[in-house]
Design a protein around this ligand. Structure first.
Ligand SMILES: CC(C)(COP(=O)(O)OP(=O)(O)OC[C@H]1O[C@@H](n2cnc3c(N)ncnc32)[C@H](O)[C@@H]1OP(=O)(O)O)[C@@H](O)C(=O)NCCC(=O)NCCS
Length: 177
């Protein structure tokens, strides 16, 4: 079952979400410093205060097994400005600012390859007002970029310069609607 959580309900289960984050990004082959405590105490509190924050959680028998979240991003924020600098002015003008920014997608290793990641992404994108959505993911061939491409995300920049590719989705919603 997938549940949509707002800021308060996400923060109420921050530790459990942090465990999912740490297990997914700490799995063999993922060289991230997968710190679940940092996720729960710094990253999630900071990001959940952003505009239109939305988190979706997948649960199995009362246990959270996957999560995805994002918010409306703006120029002046660290990620938006860093990506804009790397992507160049033309692409930045068209895509960056007011976009829905997908920040994280993670599924516990034992629950992967069952369609949970795809279901989380589909639920996350439902009903958003943003005309554009953006995310960065691994530039090399892995489950995450394959999943995004399968769901219709378009490769905008194959490598931003630090091993991440930029993907975008034109959602066809008129700007300002
Ligand atoms: C990326 C991630 C969230 C995908 O989660 P997932 O639940 O495994 O996603 P899905 O099950 O929807 O799809 C993954 C694969 O399983 C396959 N699959 C889905 N349902 C299946 C089923 N019933 N039987 C067999 N395979 C299946 C998909 O086709 C896909 O195959 P592919 O990797 O060869 O393209 C997960 O791998 C993860 O947490 N990775 C570490 C963190 C990460 O990379 N996050 C994204 C950062 S940008």
């Amino acid at each position: 079952m997938i549940t949509v959580l707002d800021r308060n309900s996400a923060l109420a289960i921050a530790d459990e979400l942090g465990e999912v984050y740490a297990a997914a990004f700490g799995a063999p082959g993922y060289d991230e410093s997968a710190d679940g405590t940092m996720f729960a105490t710094e990253m999630l509190p900071k990001h959940s205060a952003r505009d239109d924050f939305k988190l979706v959680a997948a649960d199995q028998d009362g246990r959270v097994v996957g999560l995805a979240y994002g918010f409306t991003g703006h120029r002046g924020q660290w990620w938006a400005d860093r990506v804009a600098d790397a992507a160049g002015p033309e692409l930045a003008a068209e895509w960056i600012g007011g976009h829905f920014e997908v920040v994280e997608l993670a599924v516990l290793p034992a629950f992967q390859r069952r369609g949970i990641g795809a279901a989380l992404m589909q639920e996350l994108m439902l009903g958003l007002h943003n005309s554009r959505a953006l995310l960065t993911t691994y530039a090399d061939d892995r489950p995450a970029p394959r999943l995004y491409r399968r769901l219709g995300w378009r490769l905008l920049v194959p490598d931003l310069g630090w091993g991440s590719a930029l993907y975008g989705m034109d959602r066809g919603v008129p700007v300002g609607s």
